[in-house]
Structures are given as structure tokens and as C-alpha cells.
Design a protein around this ligand. Sequence first.
Ligand code: TZD
Ligand code: CA
Length: 524
Amino acid sequence: MPTVRRIVHEFLERRGLTTIFGNPGSNELPFLTELPESFRYVLGLHEGVVVGMADGFSQVTGKPVLVNLHSASGSGNAMGALTNAVYSRSPLVLTAGQQVRSAVGMEAMLANVDAAQLMKPLVGWAGEPTCAGDVPRSLAQAVFEAELRRRPTYLSVPYDDWDVELDSSAAVTLGRDVRRGLVPAEAVSAELVDRVGEARNPVLVLGGDIDADGLFDRAVALAEHLNLPTWVAPSPHRLPFPNRHPLARGVLPAAIAGVARAFEGHDLVLVLGAPVFRYHQHVPGEYLPAGCSLVQVTDDAGAAARAPFGEALVADPGAVIEALLAGLPSRRVERPFTPNPEPAVGEGALHPEQVFAALRDTGADDTRYVVESTSTNGSWWRQMDLRRPGSYLFPASGGLGFGLPAAVGAGLGRPDRPVVAVVGDGSANYGVTALWTAAQHRVPVTFVILRNGTYGALRWFAGLLGTPDAPGVDIPGLDFTSIAEGYGVPAVTVTDVEDLRSRLKAPADGPRLIQVDTQPTTPD
Ligand code: TZD
Ligand code: CA
């Protein structure tokens, strides 16, 4: 008779969840023993890094990923990084080892008291099987809930369950398939097609789901077909549209008044694959200019329900894109891509624009950039020219500690594309142990650390919020070359732009870190 362990391993194998990101403890070892050959265990030295790596891996593969955490303490450490996975809609399946069943009630060491409750409200679903016999089904549910809701899930399993033998009926779960398909009814589609066709001056807004769903090229086709000015929804965690495309209008400002200003003169805003909207700075005002209406198409029922204004259609954005392409005549106008401006030049240290221009000029077209540098946002979009799907990842909740780990996860998940992490000297600290995993697995990521000696974005915010005397915004005395070497990653400091360019051009067969001293800037 098969054990719970055998059945669960086989289920995971059949579903392709054979890369496990984890940081184990005693409660988890009974699950991890006797793993079949096809499994790969990627050890992270801190649970925030474990989840960040899994998030990057999931985002580039488009698949659910198994994460293994240690009881309550490991789960708690994972929680900050988990906020990013929630907003990137990454289907991470978190598992945590529980004490043996008889020891949970008395709160023995390592009991995870009320485990499912611990991770709510971040996860879309959380549970602990009521008996060993229900572990395979519960694990399958955790995987399917993550896929269907596109949100992390959490399962706590008492460690004395894994050796329990089950009869053959427990294996029926193995063969299950669960899918989603949200194509709108024809009449609903037709109504939306007419509405866009009749609009006097429509505008398109694209969100991260467009890139995540493999719709980047179809969204470009739609914008070009209808000659639609195209914005990226505020606070993007992925890039859904080429940023120098002649129809690209940039990233919408993350404030109510700024968004309304951007829509001035338009009568219809069509939002595909984004919440409405992920504002950040609170600048109150009208949500839309007079005479303008908004329609949001998303497969995320929660995002549709919580939007403060506009109409929403819960459907696959891809189905709506195809309906619009098929249903409306072409208004296409050929125009060249918009060239990048000359980079600003720093004094005393490199301007971030010089660094980004060097990346742009030396990087392969299909390079994936994982970015976590907050005060350099404007410089980034001015200097980059990203034309491929999956070129850009950014922490989706704004929770730092994503950049280094997600770059490692992206490199492990899709080794066919080069990965460059562009990370601030502040952000790098939250996920720095990812360097060790990169070194151990020889993941060929180039880590570019922008060292400006400060939490640049906080300095800028201090000005906006009228709090110039707030402490805790400078971070002098950090040297990432010594830190990286300690984790096994070769590293250099660069102060000259030509030196930077020649180093970026040099081939690398493993991870490397380039620390660049940069001039402080503001995000705009
Ligand atoms: N802690 C966590 C986990 N997430 C956060 N977002 C912050 C603190 C607050 N924070 C920001 O929102 S931006 C920032 C902090 C500390 C500064 C990041 O510094 P950096 O980048 O060096 O990475 P810049 O370009 O100098 O701003
Ligand atoms: Ca900084």
C-alpha cells in the first residue's frame, strides 16, 4: 500500500512541480525524504529569499511552484515576500511542516498553532488536512486553488502523516485535471466591440496580466490595429507593451489626480489585465475627466469587484483582444520607434541613466531585467528599449527583497534567457542571501547594484510628505563586493562608464556582481 508521501510525490511529479524552493526544519524532513530523481531542491538561506526565488521562477515559467517552509517561524519569515507574490498573482503552493498531530494541541516546540489562520489574509486558500488520508486531496486542492485563483496557497501537514499507508482510493486525485476558461458570451463581446468601435478617442491601458498571460504580442497587435495610444497601468510589476513603441505613452502615474489628467480628451478607457488602479501617493481628485468612461477586462474577480469606479467584465483579456481584432477595421498607421534621449551625465559618480544606457547598448535583446531600485524609475524608462515579452519584473507589492531572489528564480526557471538584476544598495540587503543560491547553482545572473548610499526614494518621499527631518534614510558604509565574495559570487566595483560597458560585454558562465557608484536621483 502506498504511503501518503509516495502519492503526494507522484502527484507533484505528474503536475510538473518538481522544483522545490525551501528552507527545511525537522517538521519538513519526513516529506523531503525519498524524493524521486526528477525533483530538484533549491535551498534558500532565508524564507523571504525562498519565496522571492519561487515567485521569479513562477513568473517566467507561468506555472505553479512548490515552496517548503518551516512551521510557523519559517512561514512568518516568508510573509513579506509573499505580499509581492499576491500582487503578481503568482500561483505559489506553500507547504509547511506541522508537529505530529498529538503534539499540536499542547503546543509542543514547533507546533504551528492555528496554521491556516496564520497566513490569511495573504493567501487565497489555506488549510491543514483533518486526517492523514486527506493529505493527497488537500495538496491537490492547494495546487488547483493556486492555479484557479492565481494566488498563493498554504498547506500545513503534520509530519507523522507522511508514513501513513493509504488504500488505492487515495490515488484517484492523481489523475485529476482542473482548468479555467473565461471566454465571454458572444453578445457581451459584441457589445464591447461596438463600444470601442464607436468611441471618438479611445485609449488603452495594459496591466501585468497581459505579459503574464503571453498576450504581449497580441496587445501590440491590438494597439496597432486600432491605432490606440497605450498606457501601462500604475505601479507595474511586468511590462505589457514595448516602452519605446510609437503608441506607448508610458506608465500611468500612481495617483488619482494624475491618472485623470492622463485621460484628458479621451471618451473611453479600455483597461486590459490590470486592477483599476494600483495608486500609491494619495493625491485625491476625480477618478476620470468629464465625458470619459472606463471598462476594465480582467479574469480577477476580486480586482473587478473592488475597483472604485468604472465598469468591469470578468473575462480573459486574450479573448477580448481577439474579438476586437476580428470585429473592427484597421486604423493602422506606420511609425518608427521613439529613440532614447541622450543619457544624463553624473558628477562625481555615474548617473543611473548612464548605467541603464550601458545595459541597453550591451545587453541581448531578450535579456530579462529584474528591477528593484526605486529612485531611478524615470531614468530607467527613459533609457531602456524593451521590446520582448517577459523583459521586466518588479516587486508587485513594493515589498523589497524581491530583486536578487527573483532574478535567481528567473534564471533557474528559464535558463535560455539572460537575466540582469538591477537593484539598489538599500533593496539588495533584504534578499542578499540569494547570492549564495546563485553561486551554488551557478545561475548566470548579472547583479548590478546601484550604490548611492541612501534610500533614495525615501528622501524623495520625505520632501513630498513634508517630513525632511525623519531619520533612517541614509545607508553609508555598505560594500557589496565583500558581501558577494562571502556568498561565493565574484564581484567588482565600477566607477567609469567605459569600464562598465566592457565588463557587461564580457561573457559570464556563472553569477557575477557589479557594484556601481551612482548619483542620487528622484524617481520622476
Ligand atoms: N521595507 C520593505 C520590505 N519594503 C519597502 N518598500 C520598504 C521597507 C520602504 N522602502 C521603499 O518603499 S523604497 C526604499 C525603502 C526602504 C528605499 C530603497 O532603497 P534602494 O533604492 O537603495 O534600493 P533607491 O533607488 O536608492 O531608492
Ligand atoms: Ca540606494
